[in-house]
Design a binder for this molecule. Structure first.
Ligand code: FRU
Length: 501
């Protein structure tokens, strides 16, 4: 199991994955296989800095409680093991299978070191597992796809079955060129170039960790569109690392976006027109699981931002993953957009669970602590109808003047997270911030679901149409929940809190 949250480890999350005492970044190789969800991740097995990149490994059956396993694919004197993906090669197209056992095949980026003779090159390599993902063998003929590029990385491979045929497709980035390159293969060893997507929309930072997958629009299997996600760093809507997505079509060769606003260099004034996986500061390197049951599209991200990761006050472990989210593609005001809802049986990892509710009430101007609602690990579901207040919402992890403000400014049509007084903020100049996302009311009502944990808040607004994820570092005594309204009053329609402890 992951290290338990204890009162001596102030920031150790209760509902999120974190490692015992080392560095992690991107989720890698996400796959559901033999009844378990496998989470591999960028890991320094020896320390708390971004170095010695290897793939750490954890498994879960409920997507909330995780069992740690030994490092799966380790760096060596020739290469660091950068991000990538895993496929189950059912038909043994790769030939790595043995005695009737089909292999899991990892496709990762070799970040070559001097001893390799390829120093500075990033190319795609393979490793395979014949025991369900616990032990891995690197392919002797690596790399399998080398463009002699210093920034060609993060391969996401999936099986394409469509009008153009049946084969493996790889999406990988040329990071500095803001491009996603697509390749095809019949055996995972030999790759043929298909096409290039980008630059498009946000290009304020290098492109990393792409993903490409089909989704039924509004659940209609006859109406399938393709979603291309790509993370960028910096250049996010509130600064630093973030993930954007495009909706369009993939014909087996080329991805065509229907949501591109601008080609070429980023227009900083148009960030609000692009589609973002999350508008907060701490949702990066998001990728989806392969082979999730029932065709579900489940995504997880590194809950951090390259801007300030090295200063995080979390002792030796650094840093957590987001909650797992289920993605659906829905028609909203005539546009096809991703909607995201958190997935998990959070009660399963809690020693005790209790519930708290408030009936409809008026929130007066000012900040009002809710008696009996205090907690540090909570799910809060709230609906609010604007009155005269220009801003209203909740303060979580509060204590005196401290707290994280999460609210709505109805006339600006924005969702706000203000973490300036959230707790420890002085470890980096860019951390204390007021961050915003566009939000539309549903018939005049705002609905927010908040997940509060020991070092984070995740906001799913309007049923997951808008999400914002942010780290916070409050003390354990900062546990008040308050309602607030600025410049007038507002109506709280309903509030329900699930307390996890
Ligand atoms: C994204 C990233 C990837 C790379 C990995 C290295 O956070 O920079 O592009 O593969 O991290 O750790």
């Amino acid at each position: 199991m992951t290290a338990a949250a204890t009162t001596t480890d102030t920031f150790r999350p209760a509902l999120h994955y974190s490692t015992g005492g080392t560095w992690i970044n991107d989720p890698n190789g996400l796959i559901f296989h033999d009844g378990a969800y496998h989470l591999y991740y960028q890991n320094n097995p020896f320390g708390s800095e971004h170095a010695n990149l290897s793939w750490g490994h954890a498994t879960s059956t409920d997507l909330v409680s995780w069992t740690d396993h030994p490092v799966a694919i380790a760096c060596d004197e020739h290469e660091d093991i950068f991000s990538g993906s895993i496929v189950f090669d059912r038909e043994d197209t790769s030939g790595f299978g043995k005695d009737g056992t089909a292999p899991l095949v990892a496709i990762y980026t070799s970040a070559f070191k001097p001893a390799s003779g390829l120093e500075g090159i990033q190319a795609q390599s393979l490793a395979y597992s014949l025991d369900g993902g616990y032990t891995w063998t690197k392919y002797a003929e690596n790399p399998v796809l080398d463009r002699r590029s210093a920034d060609f990385r993060d391969p996401k491979v999936f099986r394409y079955e469509g009008d153009a045929g049946s084969y493996w497709v790889m999406a990988a980035v040329e990071a500095q060129d803001f491009q996603v390159l697509l390749y095809k293969s019949l055996d995972l060893r030999n790759w043929e170039y298909l096409s290039t997507f980008g630059p498009a929309n946000a290009t304020g930072g290098i492109w990393e960790c792409p993903d490409l997958f089909p989704m039924a629009v509004d659940g209609d299997p006859e109406d399938v569109k393709w979603v291309l996600t790509v993370n960028l760093n910096p250049g996010g809507p509130n600064g630093g690392s973030a993930g954007q997505y495009f909706v369009g079509d993939f014909d087996g060769v080329t991805f065509t976006s229907a949501t591109t606003v601008t080609d070429g260099l980023q227009d900083p004034d148009r960030l609000g027109e692009y589609q973002w996986l999350d508008w907060g500061r701490d949702y990066y390197a998001a990728v989806s699981f392969s082979d999730a049951p029932e065709g579900r599209r489940l995504m997880i991200a590194w809950m951090n931002n390259w801007q300030y990761v090295n200063g995080l006050p979390t002792a030796s472990w650094r840093s957590p993953m987001s909650l797992v989210r289920e993605l659906t593609l829905q028609t909203i005001d005539g546009e096809t957009r991703l909607v995201q809802t958190p997935v998990g049986d959070w009660a399963a990892v809690s020693d005790s669970v209790s519930n708290f509710s408030l009936p409809e009430t008026t929130i007066p101007e000012g900040t009002t602590i809710i008696d009996g609602a205090a907690g540090v690990v909570q799910r809060i579901d709230v609906t609010l109808t604007p009155g005269t207040a220009e801003e209203f919402g909740l303060v979580v992890r509060g204590e005196g003047a401290l707290g994280t403000r999460i609210g709505v400014r109805p006339t600006e049509a924005t969702l706000v997270i203000d973490r300036r007084d959230s707790g420890q903020t002085d470890f980096h100049d860019a951390f204390a911030s007021i961050d915003t996302a566009p939000i539309r009311s549903a018939d005049g009502v705002y609905q927010l679901t908040l997940f509060v944990d020991r070092c984070s808040v995740e906001v799913f607004a309007q049923g997951g149409q808008v999400t914002m994820t942010e780290l916070i570092f409050p003390s354990l005594t900062s546990n008040d929940v308050s309602l607030y309204a600025v410049g007038g009053s507002t109506t709280l329609n309903s509030l329900h809190i699930t307390q996890y402890a």
